[in-house]
Design a binder for this molecule. Structure first.
Ligand code: GLN
Length: 497
């Protein structure tokens, strides 16, 4: 039986029913990895031996009735900024090339408690700074739908791995869109939870006030199951929130009748690719036909979101990344002249150009004399954006938007003009600034066969509404990845059947 076309939840069911074993799944997934990795490069670290050992252990626990959850025995991948005890955690950076953590991120511990089998660590933009996975010190990941294109970023490795069938689901992190945008580019489903829902303990920090860990999977039902496993209150993360409503799989109901969906008119203006626009409107029509009320409205301040985000994220990064100094972690320059020179050379040689650009920008906006003009102003803008969303959610259950203004660019096109690349984050960064949950679901492909994603944004703690709408939309649209369509040569490619 070919297991690779199953969703995570479907596979889990078959394992629990005794139809297949976790080892069968690991075997098939490693066959796929061996066939595809040399062209896709979704992973930076693979642990085949460990995965088989773990699958055997989990299989025994399932058979003994000790593991009964939906994800028990299902192979998964982790973005390489999630600390894993005994397994290298590089963050896509030379400075952490040989860093082996002595503890595991809380979200990963939760997954393991749910019976996950970890396959390895996925490629990412260095320290999650980027939109293409090209800033990784270990080389770019390619989009499984078309190898000449990027998978998006920064969780491009996780999203490409899911799309290529090189894992059943993955964890990513989202500071300004890094789960949703690559999910859209790779034709998979990704969810950024409300800030504070998933513990950030053990997630290498980029912009701490914006970072959230979330699932990347083949469909909404899988995302709900993964989120249910990883959402937890954690005393080790001071921004962790105690939530009582984390039974997310209970929200998978095919009913959107009366649901009010607001469409910000500004999000669909000139800067948006026409095919992307058409695909999202077609998706909204599906929801409308199922009884949702779709209405255009004006969401103000959109043009300030990208500048505010890049000031705040860079400022926080410049402080967070100060710890990588050649003393405490990872890489240290070979030759230097005294302590100061050691810091300078280790950081100059250890960080790549995009990270350096952000650290300089961040240090600048925090420096005396500029703090008020930039950082303080960005914080005020962030507060206003949050307020604008709160007003919108007084009227709407959800907001619909593109995940990105275009489909996946070609490799090598984006880094030439970083400012232009930053502008591509226009639809995703606001949800992080306001701490809101947001979901990206595939809604078709463009004329080149590249996937398009629709983003749904919810009010604080409204993941269930997002999941319900996404689940309802996906009812008649079973996930179909690039592999499935490549198998049936000649057939038109589609992110859905
Ligand atoms: N593309 C955005 C950035 O470069 C978002 C990255 C992220 O969410 N980690 O900052």
């Amino acid at each position: 039986m070919n297991l690779l076309n199953l969703t995570a939840v479907e596979l889990g069911k078959k394992i629990r029913a005794g139809e297949v074993t976790s080892m069968d799944a690991v075997r098939q997934v490693f066959e796929r990895i061996k066939a595809r990795e040399s062209s896709v490069h979704a992973y930076v670290t693979l642990d085949e031996e460990g995965a088989f050992r773990r699958a055997e252990q989990v299989q025994r626990q399932i058979e003994a009735g000790e593991l009964t959850g939906p994800l028990a025995g299902v192979p998964a991948a982790l973005k390489d900024n999630l600390c894993t005890r005994g397994m290298r955690t590089s963050c896509g950076s030379r400075i952490l090339e040989n860093f082996v953590p002595f503890y595991t991120a809380e979200a990963v511990c939760r997954l393991e408690a749910a019976g996950a089998v970890i396959l390895g660590k996925t490629n990412m933009d260095e320290f999650a700074m980027g939109s293409t996975t090209e800033t990784s010190a270990f080389g770019a990941t390619r989009n499984p739908w078309n190898l000449e294109h990027v998978p998006g970023g920064s969780s491009g490795g996780s999203c490409a791995a899911v799309a290529a069938g090189e894992c059943f689901y993955a964890l990513g992190s989202d500071t300004g869109g890094s789960i949703r945008q690559p999910s859209a580019f790779c034709g998979v489903t990704g969810l950024k939870p409300t800030y504070g829902t998933v513990s950030r303990y053990g997630l290498v920090a980029y912009g701490s006030s914006l970072d959230q860990i979330g699932p990347v999977a083949k469909d909404v039902a899988d995302c709900a199951a993964v989120l249910e496993a990883i959402a937890s209150y954690d005393r080790k993360d001071s921004t962790s929130i105690k939530r009582e409503d984390t039974d997310f799989t209970g929200a998978l109901i095919d009913d959107v009748r009366g649901m009010r969906i607001g469409v910000p008119a500004d999000y669909f203006g000139d800067g948006l690719n026409k095919e992307v626009k058409a695909a999202i409107f077609a998706a909204l029509e599906v929801l409308q036909a199922k009884g949702a009320v779709v209405e255009e409205f004006d969401l103000p301040l959109m043009k300030y979101a990208v500048p505010a985000y890049y000031i705040i994220a860079s400022a926080e990064a410049s402080s967070n990344l100060a710890r990588f100094d050649g003393v405490k972690y990872g890489f240290r320059a070979k030759e230097y002249d005294g302590l100061h020179d050691m810091y300078k050379k280790s950081r100059s040689q250890g960080f790549g150009p995009e990270v350096k650009r952000r650290l300089m920008l961040g240090s600048f906006v925090l420096s005396s004399g500029y703090y008020d003009a930039y950082y303080q102003k960005a914080l005020k803008t962030k507060a206003l954006i949050k307020e604008a969303f709160e007003q919108a959610f007084a009227r709407y259950d959800l907001i619909a938007a593109p995940a990105a203004p275009f489909t996946a660019p070609k490799l090598g096109e984006s880094l030439k003009d970083p400012l232009q690349m930053y502008l591509g984050d226009v639809y995703t960064v606001s949800a992080n600034l306001a701490g809101l949950p947001a979901l990206s679901v595939p809604c078709g492909v463009d004329s080149e066969g590249l996937p398009i994603g629709m983003q749904l944004i919810g009010g604080h703690f409204q993941e269930k509404k997002l999941l319900r709408a996404g689940f309802s939309y996906q009812q008649s649209r079973r996930y179909q990845g690039p592999e499935a369509s490549a198998d049936e040569a000649g057939k038109e490619r589609s992110a859905y059947e």
